[in-house]
Structure formats: structure tokens, C-alpha cells
Design a protein around this ligand. Structure first.
Ligand SMILES: O=C(CO)COP(=O)(O)O
Length: 252
């Protein structure tokens, strides 16, 4: 049985004061059990949130990191810097980073390896563009991205990775993939992992859907057999909305 995981990706939103306010409000859901709750905040808010989230039941995540331990990499943040302030999860390879910040399958792979080495749980993002989808290439694209990102990992490590399937055309557009279509693509990802790393890793790895997930549609995704949670942008910015997502992820 895979525990569902609902991760908020705040992207470039929220000052420290706004982040603290969210943390206070999110404490109303501290007693909700059976689901893993994560908020991935901007770097500047992480340290304050590490304290402010105490007692909320929410774990802390970052949205990116460098793969090196330290060095002359102006503007970058290392895995141990994140660990030091209580970060447990890190989003890797989000399509916005692939699109705007030159993230490649190769750097994604290095970051996944570095995260695991430092005891951070990577939330690895994969997903096709609208053009690729219309060309019938969805399965091929997610297969290539998944294989490249997980190259060099042991089966035991793969089981600990969280994967987020985010079709690019569904991000922030209000156009969500149907739950059934999302489940089909997620089943492909699970199959790729089972082929490469064994049935056990395939059965254990948690795979989220992301792209215009809202409190109104979350239950339909989570009712699918291969979908284990959601990576949510816009609807995670408000604490009440985030808690509704968490509640909605619990199967009746
Ligand atoms: O990119 C996303 C989460 O990482 C999805 O964003 P939205 O939920 O705003 O569509």
C-alpha cells in the first residue's frame, strides 16, 4: 500500500511573512493522518518555514538545487545547505526549469543522485509538451525522461523516489488531463521502472499527477489505481485550499 503524497509547489510566490501565515493556518489540518503533506517553498522562505511548520504535520521541500557539494557556482544552493535547514524533499526537473533554465536530462540525473546521497527525497518531474502529445509521443517522452533521470540508481533508491507526471500543457492552464489518461501514462512510467529496476521497485515507487489539480478534481485522480498523489501549483497557495486537497486525497 503506497501512502498518498500531496505536495504543494509554490513556485515564485510568497514572502517570508506570507509563508509563515500559511504555516499557521495549515496547523488546522495537523490531525489529518494517512497522507504525506509537503510544501515546496522558495529558498528565501525555507529557513523560516522550517520553524513555522513545526506541529503542522507538513514536511518542507525545495524547488531545485545544484548537484555539487560546494564551489564557484554563483546563485546556486547545495544539497547540504538544504539539509541543514530541515528540508526533506526537493523538486527536480520541473518543466519550468527545463524550459527556462536549461535543465537537461543529464543535470536532472545528477541532481537526483545528489539528492539521494544527501538523504533528500527527490520529486522528479516528467511530462510531455502539447506538440509531443499531439504527435502521439507521450509514452516515448516519459519513458526517455524517466530512464535518463534514474540512470545509475540502485533499485532500493528508486523505490524512495517520488515521481510527478506533469503534462506541460496542463500546468497553470486550467486544462487538466483526464484522470484516466493521467493514469495510463503513469502506468507507463511504473512499467518502465519495473522493467529497469524490478517489480518491487515498480510497485513501491510513488507517482503523482500534476497540472491544474484543484480541490474539486483531486478525488478523481486519487481514485485511479496508479496515481499516488498530486504536485499542485496554484491551488496549494491558500492553506484552506491545500488542506481540502489533502482531505480530498483520502479515499473513502
Ligand atoms: O506545475 C505544477 C506543479 O508543479 C502544476 O501547477 P498548477 O497546479 O498551477 O497547474
Amino acid at each position: 500500500m503506497r501512502t498518498p503524497i500531496i505536495a504543494g509547489n509554490w513556485k515564485m510566490f510568497k514572502t517570508i511573512a506570507e509563508a509563515k501565515k500559511f504555516a499557521e493556518e495549515a496547523k488546522a489540518g495537523s490531525d489529518i493522518a494517512g497522507v504525506q503533506k509537503v510544501i515546496c517553498a522558495p529558498y528565501t522562505a525555507l529557513s523560516a518555514l522550517s520553524e513555522a511548520l513545526q506541529g503542522s504535520g507538513l514536511a518542507l521541500g525545495a524547488q531545485n538545487m545544484h548537484f555539487e557539494e560546494q564551489g564557484a557556482f554563483t546563485g546556486e544552493i547545495s544539497p547540504s545547505m538544504l539539509k541543514e535547514i530541515g528540508v526533506e524533499y526537493v523538486i527536480i526537473g520541473h518543466s519550468e526549469r527545463r524550459q527556462y533554465f536549461n535543465e537537461t536530462d543529464e543535470t536532472v540525473n545528477k541532481k537526483v543522485l545528489a539528492a539521494l546521497k544527501h538523504g533528500l527525497v527527490p520529486i522528479l518531474c516528467v511530462g510531455e509538451s502539447l506538440e509531443q502529445r499531439e504527435a502521439g509521443e507521450t509514452a516515448k517522452v516519459v519513458r526517455t525522461q524517466t530512464e535518463a533521470a534514474l540512470a545509475g540508481l540502485e533499485a532500493e533508491q528508486v523505490a524512495d523516489v517520488v515521481i510527478a507526471y506533469e503534462p506541460i500543457w496542463a500546468i497553470g492552464t486550467g486544462k487538466s488531463s483526464s484522470a484516466q489518461e493521467a493514469n495510463e501514462t503513469i502506468a507507463v512510467i511504473r512499467q518502465v521502472i519495473a522493467e529497469r529496476f524490478g517489480q518491487d521497485a515498480g510497485a513501491r515507487v510513488r507517482i503523482q499527477y500534476g497540472g491544474s489539480v484543484k480541490p474539486e478534481n483531486i478525488a478523481s485522480y486519487l481514485s485511479q489505481p496508479d496515481i499516488d498523489g498530486a504536485l499542485v501549483g496554484g491551488a496549494s497557495l491558500d492553506a484552506a485550499s491545500y488542506l481540502q486537497l489533502v482531505k480530498g486525497s483520502l479515499q473513502e
